[in-house]
Design a protein around this ligand. Structure first.
Ligand code: ARG
Length: 482
């Protein structure tokens, strides 16, 4: 430790707030109390909050312009030191707020001690954290948008590529691969909506709520709110320092997004097995086995699948921390940040990895097409044909088609491999024309209902998704990259 660091370590939190304390903190107390290793990530927000607060205090005549300028200069210096990695963060100073304030006073003297007028760490931390989470919402939106863009680019290549659609993971009906990918574009679109909603609701500034009751100084909360980019100040000072629902909403949006990513990851795992062979993951996102030379394990997809557990856990832990806390601030709330930071890092990584996996995977349309009819996936088409051309009620038509399936099973063939005689033997109304509907192309093309899988619909849906989700811009970029 250098002399300078030694010196920096001397001040303790108690020197700042412990006027009536005779004893030092127990070392164990310092360990459980210090949050600096976690909340140092809020340093930018903390400095921004202090800048806004100092300007407001001067504008309202609470500190002099000279004090303000000294504070602003000191904060600039601190930002520089932290950026350069030269700031000595001290656990004895508990958290980011006291670390910065102590250094400020060390740098500029008395004006530094005036900065805490008309504020408390309670409104300070609530403000810093909201600012940080607002930024995280914007990053999540960007990550989701990029992923949607990649999905759209891949979907465009596979509008007419048939694959088996599944229910219960049993072959159900053929769908277009693009249609399947676009399902995720919708899901991620709603995820973006959740982050946007949360961001809109958290757009209120707690600063000036002070400890909990507001302050006797003639402050201007609208000024600090505006300078920090909030739409308005929080309306109630107690609420401002008490609630962390903004973090919960962010975490909930992260958890839902992570669950969506996990489902997609699971599909990549299944699709890339040799048994399915629908896709081949890029080598860069897989690993081999030290014992089985043939292996190509989809590790990245498996990890995205698993990270959802972690992110859901981050939501859970904050819900449990907040449950039962009386208003207003309690120190329990210091535990609010680690899970949020973890969820943000994990989600942003998962989004980036997923986008890259999708962008770089090789699709095998032949395997998908071949699998599309395995498991008698055209049985519904046969029933629909009976309804459409013979006027048979659907329930009855369903029974006839089921008997055709049984016949195919007895003969050990797929539905479309049956002969005209096979069909007629089941029901005389199944004439030769019925065979014509038993193709994958027909199955896809016939499902023209709004939101259905017919290629013409999927093409329109692609254009619509690009417009609705504002994907136009990087669309051109995506195209150029390829
Ligand atoms: N480090 C604290 C936190 O994150 C800051 C607020 C402390 N307030 C207090 N009254 N001790 O919650």
């Amino acid at each position: 430790m250098s002399d300078r660091d030694q010196e920096r370590r001397t001040p303790t939190a108690r020197a700042l707030w412990g006027g009536h304390f005779g004893e030092d903190a127990a070392p164990l107390m310092e360990r459980i109390n210090a949050s600096i290793d976690v909340d140092r990530r809020l340093w930018r927000e903390d400095i921004a909050g202090s800048r806004a607060h100092a300007r407001m205090l001067a504008a309202c005549g609470i500190i002099t312009p000279a004090d303000r300028d000294a504070i602003l200069a000191g904060l600039d210096q601190i930002a520089y030191e932290i950026e350069q990695g030269r700031f000595a963060f001290s656990p004895a100073l508990e958290d980011i707020h006291l670390n910065i304030e102590a250094r400020l006073t060390e740098l500029v003297g008395e004006p530094g001690r005036r900065l805490h007028t008309a504020r408390s760490r309670n409104d300070q931390v609530a403000t810093d954290f909201r600012l940080w989470v607002k930024g995280a919402c914007a990053r999540a939106d960007q990550g989701l948008r990029t992923l949607q863009q990649v999905l759209v680019v891949r979907a465009r290549e596979h509008v007419a590529t048939p694959m088996p659609g599944f229910t219960h993971l049993q072959a159900a009906q053929p769908v277009s691969f693009a249609h399947h990918l676009l399902a995720y574009v919708e899901m991620f679109g709603r995820d973006r909506g959740r982050f946007a909603d949360a961001r809109r609701r958290m757009d209120e500034c707690p600063l000036g709520a002070a400890a909990l009751a507001g302050t006797s100084y003639p402050i201007d909360r609208f000024m600090t709110a505006a300078e920090l980019g909030f739409a308005r100040p929080c309306a109630n000072s107690i609420d401002a320092v008490s609630d962390r629902d903004f973090a919960l909403e962010y975490l909930a949006a992260c958890a839902i997004t992570a669950v969506h990513l996990s489902r997609l990851a699971e599909e990549l795992v299944v699709w890339s097995t040799p048994q399915f062979g629908f896709v081949r993951m890029a080598e860069a996102f897989t690993s081999g086995s030290s014992i089985m030379p043939q292996k190509r394990n989809p590790d990245a997809a498996e990890l995205v699948r698993a990270k959802a557990g972690r992110i859901c856990g981050d939501l859970e832990r904050l819900l449990v921390v907040l449950k039962g806390l009386p208003l207003a601030y309690s120190k329990d709330m210091q535990e609010d940040k680690e899970g949020v930071f973890d969820a943000a890092d994990t989600l942003e990584l998962s989004l980036a990895v997923t986008a890259e996996m999708i962008r770089t995977m090789t699709v095998n349309p032949e395997r998908m097409r071949a699998a599309a009819t395995v498991g008698h996936t055209l049985a519904t088409d046969l029933a629909d044909w009976l309804v459409r051309t013979k006027g048979i009620p659907f329930r009855e038509a369903h029974g006839i088609a089921a008997r055709v399936v049984r016949r195919a099973e007895e003969r050990g063939v797929e539905l479309h491999e049956l002969t005209a005689e096979d069909l007629r033997a089941v029901d005389p109304r199944l004439d030769a024309a019925a065979l014509a509907v038993l193709t994958v192309e027909q199955a896809l093309a016939s499902r023209r209902s709004y939101g259905g899988t017919a290629p013409e619909r999927v093409r329109a849906a692609l254009a619509e998704a690009v417009r609705r989700f504002g994907l136009e811009q990087d669309e051109a970029a995506g195209e150029e990259e390829r």
